[in-house]
Write a protein that binds this ligand. Structure first.
Ligand SMILES: [Zn+2]
Length: 309
C-alpha cells in the first residue's frame, strides 16, 4: 500500500491509515506463519500449537481457529446429497457470528458449539502467546429459507452440479445490504478475537461463490441486476468492506483470498484492489477527495485497460 499523503484529516480516518500502514509494515518485515489446524479435538489443536511455538523467534505465528465443532448437518437435505457431505464441513462467518438477518436460519445450538470450540482454541493460543487467523469459504451458501425471506439478496448458484442433486445459493455481494451483513460479522469476529491477524477466504469452490464468476461450477450466473458489474470491482468492494470493518472494530487484520478465477478476472481483481488500496490510503490520510462513497468511476477508468474479458 503506498504511503498516505500528509493531509490533516478526520481523526478516525487518520487512525485507520496508521493501522493499515502498521499492518503492512509487519507483514513486509517479518514472515507470518499460519497453521490451518483442522483438528476438532482441542487436545490435538493444543499439540499442534505447542509445536508451532518454536517458529515465534522467526516471525508471527497464527493458529487458524475457525474449524467447525461439527458438520453443519442442518444444511443437508432430508433426502441426502453427496455434495453437502463435504461442503457442510466448511467454516463461514455466519456459522460463528451470524448477522441478525441470518441468525433465524442457523440453529442456535450449532452456533453455540462453534463459538465454544473457538473459545477453547483462543485459551490455548493465549497461553502460548500465539496469534489467530480465521479461514472460511465466503461468500458461503445460505439456507434456502433465508433467500425465500430475502429474495433480493439471492446471488449465484454455488453447488457442484455433477455431485449435487440440490441447488444452493450464495448471497449477492453487489448488494449493499449483503456487504453490511458481512461487515457486521467481521466486526463481531474482531471484537471476540482481538488476536486476529489474518482473515483468509476461499471462493468459487465448495459452497462459496461470487456472482457471474467464470469458474462457478454451474458456469457464470447470478441476478440480472449485477450482471454488468466488473468482477474486479465486486471483489475489491467485498474485500474492502471486510478490511474496513475489521479496522473500525479495532483490529489489525490482513484480508486474503484464495481465488478460483480465470486469468483475465484475476488481472482485473488485482487492478481494482490496488486502485482501492491507493484510494483507501488517501482516504485514511484525510485527502480532500475522500468521502463516504468510493469513487467507482475512477476505479473503472484506471482498470479498464487491464481487464481482459
Ligand atoms: Zn451480484
Amino acid at each position: 500500500m503506498p504511503s498516505a499523503p500528509p493531509h490533516a484529516g478526520a481523526r478516525d480516518a487518520t487512525e485507520l491509515g496508521r493501522r493499515a500502514q502498521a499492518s503492512n509494515t509487519m507483514s513486509n518485515n517479518k514472515p507470518v506463519f499460519i497453521f490451518r489446524a483442522i483438528a476438532s479435538d482441542i487436545g490435538d489443536f493444543k499439540a499442534l500449537a505447542e509445536q508451532a511455538v518454536r517458529l515465534k523467534k522467526y516471525g508471527r505465528v497464527e493458529m487458524t481457529i475457525s474449524g467447525l465443532a461439527q458438520k453443519a448437518r442442518y444444511e443437508i437435505p432430508e433426502s441426502g446429497n453427496a455434495w453437502h457431505e463435504y461442503a457442510s464441513n466448511n467454516p463461514a462467518l455466519h456459522k460463528f457470528f451470524p448477522h441478525e438477518k441470518i441468525a433465524p436460519f442457523v440453529p442456535a445450538e450449532f452456533v453455540q458449539k462453534n463459538v465454544r470450540a473457538l473459545q477453547e482454541r483462543l485459551k490455548v493460543i493465549r497461553e502460548l502467546g500465539l496469534g489467530a487467523s480465521f479461514w472460511a469459504g465466503e461468500p458461503a451458501f445460505l439456507p434456502e429459507a433465508f433467500f425465500r425471506a430475502n429474495p433480493h439478496l439471492r446471488g449465484p448458484r454455488v453447488d457442484h452440479p455433477r455431485r449435487s442433486k440440490h441447488e444452493v445459493f450464495a448471497p449477492c455481494i453487489d448488494h449493499q445490504e449483503t456487504l453490511e451483513m458481512f461487515a457486521w460479522m467481521m466486526a463481531e469476529l474482531v471484537r471476540r478475537v482481538p488476536e486476529l491477524g489474518t482473515f483468509c477466504f476461499k471462493t468459487n469452490d465448495a459452497g462459496s461463490g461470487i456472482c457471474w464468476a467464470d469458474w462457478l461450477y454451474s458456469g457464470p450466473n447470478g441476478p440480472a441486476s449485477c450482471r454488468q458489474r466488473s468482477t474486479g470491482q465486486r471483489v475489491a468492494e467485498f474485500m474492502g468492506a471486510l478490511r474496513e470493518a475489521a479496522v473500525r472494530a479495532g483490529g489489525d487484520v490482513r484480508v486474503f483470498m484464495t481465488p478460483q478465477f480465470r486469468t483475465g478476472e484475476m488481472r482485473e481483481i488485482a487492478c481494482y484492489c490496488l486502485t482501492a488500496a491507493t484510494w483507501m490510503a488517501a482516504a485514511a490520510g484525510g485527502a480532500s477527495e475522500a468521502g463516504p462513497t468510493r469513487p467507482w468511476s475512477r476505479w473503472d477508468a484506471a482498470c479498464s485497460t487491464h481487464a481482459i474479458r
